[in-house]
Design a protein around this ligand. Structure first.
Ligand code: SF4
Length: 200
Protein backbone atom coordinates (compact mmCIF):
# COMPACT_ATOMS: atom_id res chain seq x y z
CA UNK A 1 0.00 0.00 0.00
CA UNK A 2 2.72 2.48 1.02
CA UNK A 3 6.45 2.39 0.15
CA UNK A 4 7.52 1.96 3.77
CA UNK A 5 11.32 1.99 3.68
CA UNK A 6 11.31 5.30 1.79
CA UNK A 7 8.56 6.81 3.94
CA UNK A 8 10.33 5.83 7.14
CA UNK A 9 13.48 7.52 5.90
CA UNK A 10 11.67 10.63 4.63
CA UNK A 11 9.77 11.03 7.92
CA UNK A 12 12.54 10.10 10.33
CA UNK A 13 12.50 13.50 12.08
CA UNK A 14 8.75 13.28 12.76
CA UNK A 15 9.13 9.67 13.92
CA UNK A 16 11.80 10.74 16.37
CA UNK A 17 9.50 13.50 17.64
CA UNK A 18 6.49 11.22 18.03
CA UNK A 19 8.59 8.99 20.26
CA UNK A 20 8.93 11.95 22.62
CA UNK A 21 5.19 12.76 22.45
CA UNK A 22 4.39 9.13 23.20
CA UNK A 23 6.76 9.28 26.17
CA UNK A 24 4.84 12.29 27.52
CA UNK A 25 1.54 10.45 27.01
CA UNK A 26 2.80 7.42 28.90
CA UNK A 27 4.00 9.63 31.76
CA UNK A 28 0.66 11.49 31.95
CA UNK A 29 -1.24 8.20 31.87
CA UNK A 30 0.90 6.80 34.69
CA UNK A 31 0.42 9.93 36.80
CA UNK A 32 -3.38 9.79 36.39
CA UNK A 33 -3.44 6.02 37.01
CA UNK A 34 -1.32 6.40 40.15
CA UNK A 35 -3.56 9.22 41.39
CA UNK A 36 -6.55 6.88 41.02
CA UNK A 37 -4.66 3.84 42.33
CA UNK A 38 -5.61 2.17 39.04
CA UNK A 39 -3.38 -0.60 37.77
CA UNK A 40 -4.15 -2.44 34.59
CA UNK A 41 -3.25 -6.11 34.73
CA UNK A 42 -4.89 -9.26 33.48
CA UNK A 43 -8.44 -7.94 33.22
CA UNK A 44 -11.09 -9.83 31.25
CA UNK A 45 -12.03 -6.63 29.45
CA UNK A 46 -8.59 -6.61 27.79
CA UNK A 47 -8.43 -3.57 25.51
CA UNK A 48 -6.25 -5.53 23.05
CA UNK A 49 -9.51 -7.37 22.21
CA UNK A 50 -11.22 -4.13 21.23
CA UNK A 51 -11.59 -3.25 17.56
CA UNK A 52 -9.84 0.11 17.70
CA UNK A 53 -9.39 2.11 14.52
CA UNK A 54 -6.34 4.34 14.03
CA UNK A 55 -6.49 7.35 11.78
CA UNK A 56 -3.06 8.90 11.36
CA UNK A 57 -0.24 8.13 8.96
CA UNK A 58 2.06 9.10 11.83
CA UNK A 59 0.87 6.23 14.01
CA UNK A 60 0.93 3.85 11.06
CA UNK A 61 4.51 4.71 10.14
CA UNK A 62 5.72 4.51 13.72
CA UNK A 63 4.12 1.09 14.19
CA UNK A 64 5.71 -0.13 10.94
CA UNK A 65 9.08 1.27 12.00
CA UNK A 66 8.90 -1.07 14.99
CA UNK A 67 7.60 -3.93 12.84
CA UNK A 68 10.49 -3.70 10.37
CA UNK A 69 12.91 -3.85 13.29
CA UNK A 70 11.71 -7.38 14.17
CA UNK A 71 13.42 -10.40 12.72
CA UNK A 72 11.94 -11.69 9.49
CA UNK A 73 10.54 -14.91 10.95
CA UNK A 74 8.63 -13.02 13.64
CA UNK A 75 7.35 -10.52 11.05
CA UNK A 76 5.97 -13.40 8.97
CA UNK A 77 4.31 -15.02 12.01
CA UNK A 78 2.67 -11.73 12.97
CA UNK A 79 1.41 -11.07 9.45
CA UNK A 80 -0.09 -14.56 9.21
CA UNK A 81 -1.83 -14.03 12.54
CA UNK A 82 -3.02 -10.58 11.42
CA UNK A 83 -4.58 -12.13 8.30
CA UNK A 84 -6.45 -14.60 10.54
CA UNK A 85 -7.53 -11.76 12.84
CA UNK A 86 -8.90 -9.76 9.90
CA UNK A 87 -10.97 -12.76 8.82
CA UNK A 88 -12.36 -13.35 12.33
CA UNK A 89 -13.20 -9.68 12.75
CA UNK A 90 -14.88 -9.54 9.34
CA UNK A 91 -16.88 -12.63 10.19
CA UNK A 92 -18.03 -11.16 13.53
CA UNK A 93 -18.98 -7.86 11.90
CA UNK A 94 -20.86 -9.64 9.08
CA UNK A 95 -22.80 -11.60 11.71
CA UNK A 96 -23.72 -8.40 13.49
CA UNK A 97 -21.64 -9.30 16.56
CA UNK A 98 -19.29 -7.05 18.49
CA UNK A 99 -15.81 -8.16 17.48
CA UNK A 100 -13.63 -9.38 20.38
CA UNK A 101 -10.55 -10.76 18.63
CA UNK A 102 -7.08 -10.44 20.14
CA UNK A 103 -4.73 -8.00 18.39
CA UNK A 104 -2.07 -9.93 16.43
CA UNK A 105 0.66 -8.05 18.30
CA UNK A 106 -0.47 -9.38 21.68
CA UNK A 107 1.70 -12.37 22.50
CA UNK A 108 0.86 -14.04 25.81
CA UNK A 109 -0.51 -10.79 27.25
CA UNK A 110 2.43 -8.64 26.15
CA UNK A 111 2.52 -6.26 23.21
CA UNK A 112 5.31 -7.29 20.82
CA UNK A 113 5.61 -3.65 19.66
CA UNK A 114 4.90 -1.98 23.01
CA UNK A 115 7.23 0.97 22.37
CA UNK A 116 5.64 1.53 18.95
CA UNK A 117 1.96 0.99 19.82
CA UNK A 118 -0.57 3.58 18.61
CA UNK A 119 -1.96 6.45 20.66
CA UNK A 120 -5.23 4.87 21.82
CA UNK A 121 -3.31 1.87 23.20
CA UNK A 122 -1.55 4.41 25.45
CA UNK A 123 -4.52 6.53 26.50
CA UNK A 124 -7.43 4.10 26.77
CA UNK A 125 -8.70 3.14 30.21
CA UNK A 126 -8.60 6.32 32.31
CA UNK A 127 -11.42 8.90 32.44
CA UNK A 128 -10.35 11.77 30.20
CA UNK A 129 -11.13 15.18 28.80
CA UNK A 130 -10.10 17.07 25.71
CA UNK A 131 -10.92 20.36 24.06
CA UNK A 132 -12.55 19.88 20.67
CA UNK A 133 -11.33 22.31 17.96
CA UNK A 134 -14.76 23.99 18.30
CA UNK A 135 -13.77 24.87 21.88
CA UNK A 136 -16.16 22.43 23.51
CA UNK A 137 -14.76 20.27 26.32
CA UNK A 138 -15.47 16.60 25.69
CA UNK A 139 -15.37 14.12 28.58
CA UNK A 140 -14.91 10.38 28.21
CA UNK A 141 -15.33 7.51 30.64
CA UNK A 142 -12.64 5.06 31.62
CA UNK A 143 -12.79 1.38 30.70
CA UNK A 144 -15.08 -1.04 32.54
CA UNK A 145 -12.31 -2.00 35.01
CA UNK A 146 -11.58 1.66 35.74
CA UNK A 147 -15.26 2.45 36.29
CA UNK A 148 -15.51 -0.49 38.71
CA UNK A 149 -12.31 0.18 40.66
CA UNK A 150 -12.04 3.97 40.70
CA UNK A 151 -14.03 7.00 41.75
CA UNK A 152 -15.00 8.55 38.43
CA UNK A 153 -16.30 11.64 40.30
CA UNK A 154 -12.89 12.42 41.85
CA UNK A 155 -12.17 15.05 39.19
CA UNK A 156 -8.87 13.38 38.29
CA UNK A 157 -8.85 13.01 34.51
CA UNK A 158 -6.27 12.44 31.83
CA UNK A 159 -6.20 15.67 29.84
CA UNK A 160 -5.60 14.65 26.24
CA UNK A 161 -5.65 18.01 24.44
CA UNK A 162 -1.88 18.71 24.38
CA UNK A 163 -1.21 15.26 22.95
CA UNK A 164 -3.91 15.54 20.29
CA UNK A 165 -2.43 18.91 19.29
CA UNK A 166 1.14 17.64 19.06
CA UNK A 167 0.03 14.58 17.08
CA UNK A 168 -1.95 16.81 14.70
CA UNK A 169 1.08 19.02 14.07
CA UNK A 170 3.30 16.02 13.30
CA UNK A 171 0.60 14.43 11.14
CA UNK A 172 0.28 17.65 9.13
CA UNK A 173 4.05 17.73 8.62
CA UNK A 174 4.30 14.17 7.32
CA UNK A 175 1.24 14.59 5.10
CA UNK A 176 2.89 17.67 3.55
CA UNK A 177 6.22 15.94 3.25
CA UNK A 178 4.89 12.72 1.68
CA UNK A 179 2.00 14.17 -0.32
CA UNK A 180 -0.23 11.33 0.92
CA UNK A 181 -3.79 12.64 1.22
CA UNK A 182 -5.64 9.36 1.68
CA UNK A 183 -7.80 9.17 4.83
CA UNK A 184 -6.94 6.27 7.11
CA UNK A 185 -9.19 4.16 9.28
CA UNK A 186 -7.40 0.94 10.09
CA UNK A 187 -7.02 -1.57 12.88
CA UNK A 188 -3.53 -2.75 13.79
CA UNK A 189 -4.22 -6.03 11.98
CA UNK A 190 -5.20 -4.14 8.84
CA UNK A 191 -2.06 -2.00 9.05
CA UNK A 192 0.11 -5.09 9.26
CA UNK A 193 -1.55 -6.77 6.29
CA UNK A 194 -2.23 -3.88 3.94
CA UNK A 195 0.14 -5.39 1.35
CA UNK A 196 -0.21 -9.04 2.25
CA UNK A 197 -3.82 -10.22 2.32
CA UNK A 198 -2.81 -13.15 0.07
CA UNK A 199 -1.04 -14.87 2.99
CA UNK A 200 -2.88 -17.45 5.07
S1 SF4 B 1 -0.80 -2.68 19.45
FE1 SF4 B 1 -0.16 -3.67 21.36
S2 SF4 B 1 -1.19 -2.53 23.02
FE2 SF4 B 1 -2.24 -2.02 21.07
S3 SF4 B 1 -3.95 -3.50 20.93
FE3 SF4 B 1 -2.19 -4.42 19.84
S4 SF4 B 1 -1.15 -5.70 21.40
FE4 SF4 B 1 -2.54 -4.28 22.49
Amino acid sequence: MFPFPDLLEDCKDELTEVQSVYGQMDAAYNRAADAHGFHCSGCADNCCLTRFFHHTLLEYLYLMKGFYGLDRELQDQIVRQAVRVNRMVDSAVTSGEISRVMCPLNNGGLCVLYDFRPMICRLHGIAHEFRHPSGKIISGQGCAAFETQCDATSGIVLYRTPFYREMAVLERRIREKTGIREKLKMTVAQMLTADQEGLS
